[in-house]
Design a protein around this ligand. Structure first.
Ligand SMILES: Nc1nc2c(c(=O)[nH]1)N[C@H]1C(S)=C(S)[C@@H](COP(=O)(O)O)O[C@H]1N2
Ligand SMILES: [Mo]
Length: 238
């Protein structure tokens, strides 16, 4: 698989020399770095953006995750303004609030999270609504055969076949590691496709549209596999 171009983090670029300086300066130097005003994870994101050498792999990486966004800034959404729109080839188009989603039966999926860039977070719990339940509510109609996901960052998209979307390990996720999904991790609602590489798990999920065929997503238009199965995934489980 071709290496993904480094996603933009929205942070000011950190030159290699500046980053080495910060690494060398220890805690005091890091505390003085302006990036820290925006948090350690944002600093890591800014640093990894220009890190062709893997040096950022030496930095403590809280929780093992890395921050990705293909746009510089993403609006914050919460119970007052979050909406998930379900439409396309369905009998009953519908818009869900966060409260609507929380009121539905919740499913827990625990699986390793794996990014194509080489990092992994083992046995990560996600909780949320099965995508299958949302599709059942809406009633997929002919010739519906795939799903297109859109995001309120205004840029990222993803796709699944209807068969993949109906698996019980595919969630419209509200919680990650037993906490509401944070903004940086794509909250308040992200997709979680446990058996596939993490790029399939669209953050800041805002739209689910049933289509007649797979429409390749953001990274898929840039060379990524549309079927992002992890090694060893059971491609036919329910
Ligand atoms: N909206 C959106 N979703 C996204 C991405 C993105 O850039 N934008 N990156 C994908 C990739 S490549 C990965 S590895 C994970 C990263 O999730 P994290 O930022 O919570 O670690 O989100 C996926 N979903
Ligand atoms: Mo990724």
């Amino acid at each position: 698989m071709a290496e993904k171009p480094k996603p933009r983090s929205g942070g000011a670029p950190v030159g290699r020399r500046a980053m080495l300086g910060m690494l060398g300066a220890g805690t005091a130097g890091l505390a003085a770095a302006p990036y820290l005003q925006r948090g350690w994870e944002n600093f890591l994101a800014a640093a990894s953006e220009v890190d062709a050498t893997g040096l950022t792999g030496l930095l403590p990486n809280p929780g093992g995750f890395r921050y990705y966004s293909v746009v510089g800034s993403v609006p914050h959404k919460n119970e007052s303004n979050y909406e998930l729109t379900v439409g396309g080839l369905v009998q009953k188009p519908k818009t869900y609030t966060l409260a609507d989603l929380r009121a539905m039966p919740q499913t827990r999926v625990v699986h390793d999270v794996v990014c194509t860039d080489g990092w992994r977070v083992e046995k990560t719990p996600f909780d949320g609504v099965k995508l299958a339940d949302i599709l059942d509510d809406a009633g997929v109609r002919s010739p519906g055969a795939a799903i297109r996901f859109t995001c309120f960052d205004g840029a990222y998209t993803e796709s699944l076949t209807l068969e993949q979307a109906r698996r019980s390990d595919v969630l419209v996720a509200l919680n990650m590691q037993d906490k509401p999904i944070s903004h940086d991790h794509g909250g308040p609602v992200r997709l979680y496709v446990a058996p596939m590489y993490f790029y399939k798990s669209a953050k800041w999920l805002s739209g689910i549209s049933v289509t007649d065929k797979v429409v390749p997503g953001y990274w898929e238009e840039r060379g990524y596999a549309v079927d992002g199965w992890l090694d060893g995934a059971d491609r036919h489980s329910a």
